[in-house]
Design a protein around this ligand. Structure first.
Ligand SMILES: [Zn+2]
Length: 497
């Protein structure tokens, strides 16, 4: 353990005035080069895409821990439920700055084969362009006729049953992602897999429909298959793949392609009424891949700058990504080496600035975000500062690419707080302030009653959950903006009332 001497110095009497000047100096001293270098390191093949629970997770955690040490952050002592982490555990099983838990780690083999076609012509689908297996899918060795089942929803209370009057036994169902606007109740991907399995389906294909929700369109959602975990527990799971919208359209268009707009027409009908539009297709699918699930060590890394008072704020970013499923490397540069690099640079800058926070600033590098927020849920289950004294959590995700605007989601705080931080950093005109965003490591904190601010670069993220999300695509101007905003917000929340 080590700490920068400056953190232990008493504050100067002119603290209030000097902190404003110190913040301006700090804002100017943020190093874009350092953030780009950190993104380069984390997204390089050496870390294999940082899948939660793998050795790469631990190695990337130890790398972050070393950066924290170099910066001069303090490490809290963490007790990991009698779990010893050989690389970091002390004599009594405690670990400095590493919070760990055993989690299931889905591993998907590199020889997946998906073939789709009519009974006289099967075509091998292309991995990434045409399909991606769902990454926590069971192994697949199945073949069957494809049945279209709309959005794949069964909800009698709302008069929706996409399986009514259609037999899917020993067939492969094809359902659209999401739900129509008139369906009020939430429905998860795992729910849809359960419905398919309960009706006897062997497996499933899912695709984004050709008609996008306006919000999806502004976020640049495409028809491409995407990296995804979403299966129910293994005893309820069946094999499934995300296919491209184009491939789903070909399946619905019929063997001679005579109805190219059929999927769009069906989706338009599904979006207006709850009537069932399910039907058999004249296409077949064959899905083959191997997968296993093994236990592995998930690791959050925690460093801190102590405050003068009893309260804490948290600044977090997830470090994990999808690893190397199906033999593909997912570098995760924008998602979320970028947010990690911003967090590290904000920590570095505050530690070297001479700013003395009133509230302790806890820097948290989460794992397991891509896998149902396992890392942030773990922290909430074993908080290192009382949750009642945790005054805010700032989450940074997707900070490296976009439109040049900042999307900020605020819960439990007045939006003026988030706006003020933008004013201070000279960025108020590019902020788009919203309320709660579902999805992300802020969610468990919000659910625990802690105010949250989520910072995401606005606009289209074209490499979202794709193997092309690499360091070369990162835009340094966007990175600078996010870092300036987060630094301003962190200092405001750590020194303010
Ligand atoms: Zn992600």
């Amino acid at each position: 353990m080590c700490c920068a001497a400056v953190l232990l110095l008493p504050t100067t009497p002119a603290h209030a005035q000097s902190s404003g000047t110190a913040l301006q100096t700090a804002l100017e001293s943020l190093s874009i080069e350092q953030m780009l270098a950190d993104i380069q390191t984390l997204s390089a093949p050496a870390f294999n895409g940082r899948q939660a629970g793998t050795d790469d997770d631990l190695r990337s955690a130890l790398w972050v821990q070393e950066v924290f040490r170099t910066i001069g952050l303090r490490f809290p002592t963490v007790f990991n439920d009698r779990l010893t982490v050989p690389e970091v555990s002390g004599t009594e099983g405690s670990a400095l700055g590493i919070m760990a838990a055993i989690v299931p780690v889905p591993l998907l083999g590199s020889n997946s084969v998906v073939r789709i076609g009519t009974d006289d012509q099967f075509v091998t689908a292309q991995l990434t362009t045409d399909y991606l297996p769902i990454f926590d899918s069971p192994g697949a060795d199945i073949q069957g006729p494809i049945v279209f089942v709309g959005y794949g929803i069964v909800d009698p209370a709302q008069g929706i049953d996409d399986y009514a009057g259609i037999d899917v036994t020993n067939r492969i169902v094809l359902f659209l992602r999401g739900k129509p606007a008139h369906a009020q109740h939430p429905v998860s991907h795992a729910d849809k897999v359960r419905f398919a399995r309960d009706h006897g389906a062997l497996g499933y294909l899912t695709a984004t429909g050709p008609i996008l929700h306006p919000y999806e369109a502004t976020r640049g959602v495409t028809g491409r298959p995407s990296a995804y975990y979403g299966q129910p527990p293994s005893d309820q799971a069946i094999p499934g793949a995300w296919i491209s919208t184009a491939l789903a359209e070909r399946i619905l268009a019929g063997s001679h392609g005579t109805a190219p707009d059929r999927l769009r027409t069906l989706q338009a009908q599904l979006n207006t009424t709850s009537a069932t539009r399910s039907s058999r297709t004249d296409h077949y699918a064959a899905l083959h891949w191997k997968s296993t699930t093994q236990d592995g060590l998930l690791t959050n890394v925690i460093g801190l700058i102590p405050g003068t008072g009893p309260d804490t704020i948290i600044i977090g970013a997830h470090r994990d990504h999808f690893g190397q499923p199906a033999g593909l490397l997912f570098p995760g540069a924008d998602d979320n080496a970028s947010g990690t690099a911003v967090m590290l640079e904000v920590a570095r800058t505050i530690a070297h600035s001479g700013l003395r926070p009133q509230r302790t600033i806890l820097f948290l590098s989460f794992s397991g975000e891509e896998n149902d927020l396992l890392g942030s849920r773990l922290y909430i289950s074993r908080p290192l500062a009382p949750l009642s004294a945790t005054k805010a959590m700032i989450n940074i995700d997707h900070a490296g690419i976009g439109s040049g605007r900042l999307t900020v989601g605020v819960t439990g705080l007045d939006k003026s707080v988030a706006h003020q931080a933008g004013e201070t950093a000279g960025l108020a005109s590019i902020l788009d302030l919203f309320g709660f965003f579902p999805g992300g490591d802020h969610v468990p904190f919000k659910e625990a009653g802690i105010p949250t601010v989520t910072v995401v670069s606005g606009g289209v993220h074209p490499h979202y959950h794709q193997p092309t999300d690499s360091a070369e695509t990162i835009n340094s101007d966007i990175l600078r903006m996010v870092a300036q905003y987060v630094l301003s917000l962190t200092v405001q929340l750590a020194t303010g009332p």
